[in-house]
Design a protein. Structure first.
Length: 505
């Protein structure tokens, strides 16, 4: 049910004696070897083939990870320091709306063509599986409205949609103010067409290769990633908290869980892969790296894919990861195929996907109240909206006016102005305010299991498995009480630990 994968460079595979046996003993079954990187064969095809052979001789399955477009910054973390960080000079730079240029995350000739040729060459040496890394996107960072605003792209866009030059100038204003106008919607679809077209061209170039992609944190249409285009494709859900400083805050964990739950709307569990990453390789502790695996458990992501750039995790990490992997696999056997259910609704709508800043209202996941994922406004419970989904300037602000279609749901937003029409409630996204809100609604939770204390805990309820999973989001052990109808159960949770409670019926 749960499978564990690891990305390694050919250099690491060549030099780390005993590493493959160590990770295999820990539970890794697949190793993805670094391949073609944004215009370069930094490792020769012969060297990649030798690394693949060594992986297979260790009894592990092998695949290749390509880095297709490059990244505006060092996302590789090479120990040697001799890996080029930008594409070659015959690849053109991307242009932002303000005219600034950047390397990577833009598409011009010959990027697609050279990536397609790389896949043909990998297919020729017997490679059957390739993942495109998460810089296969057309936005520089999460939260940015992407696309290349160079003159060539602007003119193609104008001709395709019949816009005048003044419309393009107005488009740049739309982007700056995050206004989801018909113009900006057309631009986003234009950008998605380009990225999806590149993916399909690469698929067609090597039909014997199963091609997958990794999407960035909350990656969606504004980044050129039209998620529905990748149905049936191996799909790495986007994460972001790659070091201790970003993962340690409660909201760091809930944001990461929020992103994985959102992306799982578009990928079946058996084709879903995690982005379980530490970067730089030694900046996420083994305990936090192990805790990140719980996100995949809750979201029913069947494949955990560890990554740390071109430098491997510290070897001592595996002493912590191995038992955590065994625990996760056992828990997944009990929960796989079951969906979390609850009165709190996880929603990421059109406004967020097209013009939002990728700051979800996620802390409700830490309130110890069960939740479920929805792709439209439900008819019950409490639905938590980010600003872009609630803002009257976004197309999705229709959400508030359309709430009459779902009269039983209460819309929870961060700001008072979004609750003025009486169908919403403004609650500051901070734990004290959220726990006060929780106490206000306790009379409505009688038929729902919940954590009684004001302790940051994820409470995932799986009624079809008669089970509740509790995840402690703090780095101290906690004892909490699970209440359900007339019953109360005391549960001890280790730091960042999980507990699965059965017979919750």
């Amino acid at each position: 049910m749960r499978h564990f994968h690891l990305c390694l460079s050919p250099e690491t595979i060549e030099s780390e004696n005993g590493l493959l046996r160590l990770v295999a003993d820990a539970g890794i079954g697949d190793v993805w070897v670094t391949g073609f990187m944004y215009g370069y064969w930094h490792y020769s095809l012969e060297r990649i083939q030798a690394a693949l052979r060594k992986v297979q001789q260790a009894g592990l399955k092998a695949g290749v990870g390509n880095v297709p477009l490059g990244h505006p910054g060092d996302s590789l973390g090479a120990r040697s320091g001799d890996v080029p960080l930008t594409p070659p000079t015959h690849w053109r730079l991307g242009q932002r709306p303000d005219g600034a240029t950047h390397a990577g995350t833009s598409l011009h000739f010959p990027a697609t063509e050279e990536n397609a040729e790389a896949l043909r060459r990998l297919q020729s040496i017997g490679v059957e599986r390739v993942f495109l890394d998460d810089d296969f996107r057309l936005a520089v960072t999460p939260g940015m409205i992407g696309g290349c605003f160079c003159n060539e792209h602007r003119q193609v866009f104008r001709r395709r949609y019949g816009y005048a030059e003044e419309d393009v100038r107005n488009l740049i204003e739309d982007v700056a103010h995050r206004h989801l106008t018909p113009r900006l919607r057309d631009w986003t679809e234009f950008t998605c067409d380009e990225l999806s077209g590149s993916f399909r061209a690469q698929q067609a170039a090597a039909p014997g290769v199963q091609l997958g992609l990794m999407v960035m944190y909350l990656g969606a249409e504004k980044a050129g990633i039209r998620l529905r285009d990748y149905a049936g494709t191996p799909f790495r859900v986007g994460e972001l908290m790659f070091d201790d400083a970003s993962f340690a805050p409660i909201k760091g964990k809930t944001d990461e869980l929020f992103s994985a739950l959102f992306h799982r709307r578009f990928a079946p569990p058996e084709l879903a892969y995690s982005e379980t990453t530490a970067f730089p390789a030694d900046q996420l502790s083994a305990a936090n790296l192990a805790a990140k695996m719980t996100i995949s458990l809750i979201a029913d992501v069947r494949n955990t894919l560890f990554m740390s750039g071109l430098t491997p995790f510290p070897l001592e990490h595996w002493a912590t990861l191995a038992p955590a992997m065994r625990q996760q696999a056992a828990l997944h056997l009990r929960l796989g195929g079951h969906r979390p259910h609850g009165p709190f609704k996880h929603f990421w709508g059109e406004g967020a996907r097209y013009v939002g800043d990728d700051n979800p209202y996620s802390l409700f996941l830490a309130m110890g109240v069960p939740f479920e994922v929805v792709d439209r406004l439900p008819a019950d419970g409490w639905t938590f909206l980010c600003d872009a989904d609630a803002d009257a300037d976004a197309d999705a602000a229709g959400l508030l006016s359309r709430s009459a279609d779902a009269p039983g749901t209460t819309l929870v937003t961060r700001e008072e102005r979004f609750a003025d029409n009486g169908v919403g409630r403004a609650v500051d996204e901070a734990l004290p305010a959220l726990f006060t809100f929780k106490h206000d609604i306790l009379p409505h939770l009688r038929d729902t299991p919940f954590v009684a204390e004001d302790t940051p805990v994820v409470c995932a309820w799986y009624p079809t498995a008669s089970s509740v999973l509790l995840w402690n989001l703090t780095d101290q052990a906690q004892t909490v009480t699970l209440r359900f109808r007339e019953a109360a159960r005391s549960v001890r949770l280790e730091a960042l630990g999980v507990a699965l409670l059965g017979d919750v019926v």
